[in-house]
Design a protein around this ligand. Structure first.
Ligand code: SF4
Ligand code: ZN
Length: 310
């Protein structure tokens, strides 16, 4: 297989794009494509400050690397969740994130959930009895809350996450199976800002997971290989496996699934007649973030419950 640009030996073959590239041209192609998606979906401009949620995994580190190579003002946010799982998950992912930031001279904000709220995620989850044993519900709630808080307090207009096509196609698959119309209407590369909430963007949403692995390897980016120990057996991993089976026999199926969805949504052909956007919200009396309940937001309620003295 030869590189389409230089005729040299290809190091990656992307069947879905009918494109093979050598390492050198691949690491040029990825940011070019990312820039194209940023413009196409109107994600942000060079003058806006971007906060990248970095977990130490390949996607978020690749995103941070790409945005900086493209000349954007992109700082990182690492959330210390306090998850060990026998592999020292949080410790190791923080170490690799800090190493990347230092090596590239980038600004990284670190928030340690235990220091901030008294308990690490697994304990907060146990106390609050959300999520039937797995801490993912509490973890997701906390991550969203903290990303919004830091973006607001430090004046970032945009919050960027490293979701790739495999992530997005799996979420879309789950939402479609359940005809979860509200989620379907909100899913996309950009969720516009609203009062108290920064714009959320996913610049990697059209890249396959393996393309991001190849990018990190080609760029020499060290990332944590292990997934969070609580991800094992999750529904989204199962959906990803199903979609991968489909992709094997029909290269490009995942991308088509996602892109046709975006097209249908844009042209109003989703035959779901809801108003797009965020529900009417008011500020939480404690943290000030928008919430749909008239009392404390669900994050503050969870923290309050977790810190009641026994
Ligand atoms: Fe949090 Fe791990 Fe669950 Fe992801 S898999 S939501 S990081 S606990
Ligand atoms: Zn609150």
């Amino acid at each position: 297989m030869k590189c389409r640009k230089c005729g040299g030996k290809a190091s990656i073959n992307m069947r879905q794009h009918r494109l093979a590239l050598c390492k050198e041209h691949y690491i040029e192609w990825v940011p070019e494509q990312t820039e194209r998606f940023i413009k196409k979906y109107g994600m942000f401009t060079q003058s806006e400050k971007i906060l990248v949620a970095v977990s130490g995994g390949k996607d978020s580190l690749a995103l941070w690397d790409i945005l900086n190579r493209l000349g954007y003002h992109a700082d990182g946010l690492y959330l210390g969740l306090g998850i060990d799982g026998g592999i020292n998950y949080s410790h190791e992912s923080q170490r690799l994130t800090e190493k990347f930031a230092n090596k590239n001279n980038l600004i990284l904000h670190v928030v340690d959930i235990e220091k901030e709220y008294g308990q690490p995620i697994p304990v907060l989850s146990e106390i609050s009895h959300r999520g039937h044993g797995k801490p993912c519900a509490v973890c997701g709630l906390t991550k969203r809350h903290e990303m919004n808080r830091i973006a607001r307090d430090l004046g970032y207009a945009v919050l960027a996450t490293g979701h790739n096509l495999d992530d997005e196609a799996a979420v879309l698959f789950g939402n479609t199976l359940n005809w979860a119309s509200e989620y379907l209407l909100r899913q996309g590369p950009v969720l516009p800002e609203s009062e108290g909430l920064a714009r959320k963007v996913k610049p990697l949403c059209r890249f396959y997971e393996r393309e991001m692995t190849a990018y990190c390897l080609s760029r020499g980016i060290e990332y944590i290989y292990e997934e969070c120990p609580f991800a094992e057996g999750s529904q989204s991993i199962y959906y990803k496996e199903l979609l991968n089976q489909l992709e094997t026999t029909r290269p490009g199926a995942k991308l088509t699934f996602y892109l046709r969805f975006l097209e249908a949504r844009k042209s109003g052909n989703l035959f779901i007649e809801h108003e797009v956007g965020r529900a009417h919200l008011h500020p939480c009396p404690k943290c000030g973030q928008p919430t749909s309940t008239s009392d404390l937001c669900s994050f503050c309620r969870m923290i309050e419950k977790a810190n009641v003295p026994v």
